[in-house]
Design a binder for this molecule. Structure first.
Ligand SMILES: NC(=O)c1ccc[n+]([C@@H]2O[C@H](COP(=O)([O-])OP(=O)(O)OC[C@H]3O[C@@H](n4cnc5c(N)ncnc54)[C@H](O)[C@@H]3O)[C@@H](O)[C@H]2O)c1
Length: 443
């Protein structure tokens, strides 16, 4: 049953939530200590699937959104990850952490068990390779969803997310995305100005996300392939999508936001691995440079690099016929040109908290947020860039979105199996060769 229409006493839960929502709506950006949800005694039970760094943060933020949100269930593939996350969540919100051994689930079916445990909202923060399957299961079961980015690693996954997003809309379920910049006041302000025409018609959007190396978990003798890859999921495309899709996608999402979510017509890309070449880095690239072309003639440029001891940058330049907008992540934001403007000071508001404040308020209001279509498109634009860089070809949007390449099925030797791929601990896994432009085919 859709939880928004469940009966609560003699009153439908939905009408209850709608009546109590006015207070929640009035102050969606204010932290729980200053927000009055006193009139709202309806509890929203949350389940977390993927209890790593981000999932643990998202759980705290979900509880921080509204004092009648409780943690009810948790699921992970590894017990140590679940226990350390639960400990941190308890330390932050002891009184509202209701998770027990009966609502703690470990294994590939943890998602099913969390869903079946009686939760209203599921937070999805596993490696993204599992995400489309998890999103679909949640929406089919009538659960509201907060999903971390990226929402897929290949085109079949993106299409699945788009279908789930349409179903969520029909069922009035929230499908809120972890593309957190879209929830940040400074980025919202500059994007509003861009969309209001203050820099004129856009001709160039340049986004850059250059960082250093990330974590590696050295292989232990007792680990089989599945354990090793899951402990090092970042370096395998079936789990992460490559760093472009995993992290650069934040910047590509801002490009898409500036472009009003118009999808690019085609993309050409360069990339490779120059520094992160050892086997501990799996088969992903360490740099990408991409050029997207839009129907209007505008071009989008994206640069991502993960090489230590190189210049870092996380910023965007958006040029139009009347001016240029500049966004430095966590730094200055402004416009130069006919309508010059500078944001004096970023607020202290935490975009990660705002996502959850707005999601919970939207659920209580009976008007759940659905970020589904644009978030799936942004992920597809990143996947399209990976396709272009891996193959060395010009890749059109139509080729990209219609691609049949299912990375999880290829890795698990299930290419000819209908339906979702099956996962178990002992299955042999294939590792794709590092892509070589001009040789790697477009599938
Ligand atoms: N929006 C942001 O700014 C932001 C920041 C950090 C991470 N993220 C995203 O959050 C996701 C997780 O990143 P992280 O840094 O927390 O990684 P992490 O490795 O710390 O956490 C992932 C967790 O998922 C678990 N897991 C793996 N497969 C699973 C499965 N099939 N079922 C249940 N649990 C499973 C892992 O054991 C691990 O505990 C990624 O998609 C990442 O891009 C987003």
């Amino acid at each position: 049953m859709n939880p928004t229409t469940m009966r609560v006493g003699s009153q439908s839960r939905r009408s209850f939530l709608q009546k109590s929502s006015a207070i929640a709506v009035a102050a969606p950006f204010i932290s729980v200590s200053r927000t009055s949800f006193a009139a709202n005694s309806e509890t929203l039970k949350v389940g977390l699937v993927g209890c790593g760094g981000r999932g643990t943060g998202a759980a705290s933020q979900a509880m921080g959104a509204d004092r009648n949100v409780v943690m009810h269930a948790m699921g992970d593939i590894f017990d140590d990850r679940l226990q350390s996350s639960l400990k941190q969540i308890r330390e932050r919100h002891a009184e509202r952490t209701m998770v027990t051994p009966e609502t703690s689930f470990v294994g590939f079916d943890a998602i099913d068990k969390v869903i079946a445990s009686g939760v209203d909202v599921v937070l999805l923060a596993t490696p993204p390779g599992f995400r489309p399957y998890h999103i679909r299961k949640c929406i089919e079961a009538g659960k509201h969803v907060f999903t971390e980015k990226p929402m897929a690693v290949d085109a079949p996954g993106v299409r699945m997310v788009m279908e789930a997003a349409a179903a969520a809309k029909q069922k009035k379920l929230a499908l809120t995305s972890g593309f957190c910049w879209r929830y940040n006041p400074a980025e919202r302000e500059v994007m509003k100005r861009i969309h209001d025409g203050q820099i004129g018609a856009l001709n160039t959007v340049q986004t850059t996300f250059n960082t250093g190396f990330l974590w590696v978990n050295p292989r232990k003798p007792e680990w089989n392939d599945m354990t090793y890859q899951l402990r090092n999921w970042y370096y395998f495309t079936w789990l992460s999508g490559d760093h472009l899709v995993e992290q650069g996608v934040h910047s590509i999402d801002k490009m898409q936001w500036a472009m009003r979510d118009e999808t690019p017509v085609k993309c050409v890309g360069h990339g490779g691995r120059q520094v992160r070449t050892g086997p501990e880095f799996g088969h992903i690239f360490d740099h990408f440079s991409l050029v997207y072309e839009y129907a209007s003639g505008a071009r989008g440029y994206h640069f991502s690099r993960q090489q230590s001891n190189t210049a870092s940058e996380n910023g965007d330049h958006i040029a139009g016929t009347k001016g240029t907008a500049t966004i430095k992540a966590f730094g200055p934001v402004g416009i130069t040109g006919e309508n010059s403007w500078n944001l004096r000071k970023r607020t202290d508001a935490d975009m990660y908290q705002i996502e959850h404040n707005e999601m919970m308020a939207s659920i209580r209001r009976g008007e759940p947020i659905n970020d589904g279509q644009w978030m799936a498109q942004s992920v597809m634009v990143a996947i399209m860039g990976r396709m272009a860089a891996y193959t060395g070809r010009e890749v059109t949007w139509d080729e990209a979105i219609n691609s049949k390449e299912n990375l999880a099925k290829w890795v698990t030797n299930q290419e000819n199996v209908e339906g979702d791929p099956r996962f178990d601990w002992n299955m042999p896994l294939r590792v794709p060769p590092v892509a070589i432009p001009g040789q790697t085919p477009l599938v």
